[in-house]
Design a protein around this ligand. Sequence first.
Ligand code: S3P
Length: 431
Amino acid sequence: MRWTIEPGLCPRGLTRLPGDKSIAHRALLLAAIADGESHIGNLPAGGDVAATASCLRQLGCEVALDANSVHVQGRGLRGLRAPSGVLDCGNSGTTMRLLAGILAGQPFTATLDGDASLQRRPMERVAAPLRLMGATIKTAEGRAPMAVGGGNLSGIAYETPVPSAQIKSCVLLAGLYAAGATTLREPRPSRDHTERLLQAMGVEISGAAARGGTTLRPPEGLRPLSGEVPGDISSATFWLVAAVLAPRSDLTLEYVGVNPGRAAVIDLLQAWGADIEVVRGSDWYGEPTATLRVRGHGRPLLGGLIEGDLTARLIDELPALALLGATTRDGIAVRDGAELRVKESDRIVTVAASLRALGGELETFEDGFTVPGGQRLSGGVVAAAGDHRVALAAAAVAAGAAGPVRIDGAEVADVSYPGFLRDLVALGGAA
Ligand code: S3P
């Protein structure tokens, strides 16, 4: 599918975004092993979360998706059953890596596989700690398909080699089934949705992974969940970027998740001069939410350096920030972002190709890029390259381009933001 966004995109109005993809995966997985029924609303209806739901069904769990809400009949920690076939995780690294942790605790073997993009992504990073805990893991040279033979786990103290919430969550989920406590340390803070949800469901978990370690003790059981998953701050980013680029925009996003580990994009854009108002709302199982109002003022943002912990906290927002960077006064530089190379695409390569296709320039490095400021994007044809965030980032900066922006393969946006095109039309963009 090709999207064409004409110049003049100016987001106005009010909307609620699909639920946070990271939180939704965790809510489904934990509801499946909780005691009792969970009813969870505002799930993102995209391919990634659907893959998690379908794997859980294959494991014997009743998961009824109705529009964007779901009813999960929890099987308890030990009630999953061996699947009859391979578990297809589609494009979703979170599904594969987190489910591997749960499967490591089951008394059967199951095989996880995915699409061509997922088969290229590194799985040894979760296989290694699961083996240390006592699981039998077979991979195809460190990649999917990955067979997980579980049972009889012991708790470990483990330090992740890279800051990754997926590795951290995998080990913590296996820790639910281990004899003794499991402690996890990470070099920089990654998102902590798993820790927050586990705690809210009654698990004893304490400490922070990047500050001395987080320790989990195996529980008797998990309480079920209800209510609405907060809107996805990573999806909100595309709107924030589009709105700051459009001089007369005025957009309100309701019930957005603003977990401090995820919401760095708000502080960063504000520090660069964006007009974003944040009004705190209610929490959902330890996840803070807010209403965001963003208004374009027509002046370029400042830009700046993104490195160290900040890079880890903004990892999914970097494609959109890189393209926005070209329009800033001083430009932007991203360092310590080698993880960008192992996402749904090599995002250093695909972001560079997108920016160049839109008439911009940048310099790339092994761990990031430098994007000079003061550039006026001409528009052009961007290849989504099978990566939802590349497609959505290109759509967002269309608001600042002189000519039309065409996005080939744009259907991949459904992975995290189904309905983006509908919202784009409704909120002020021709598509
Ligand atoms: C995610 C963690 C991040 C992120 C991904 C979702 C999660 O990956 O890029 O989109 O839900 O845990 P890593 O944990 O590999 O950094």
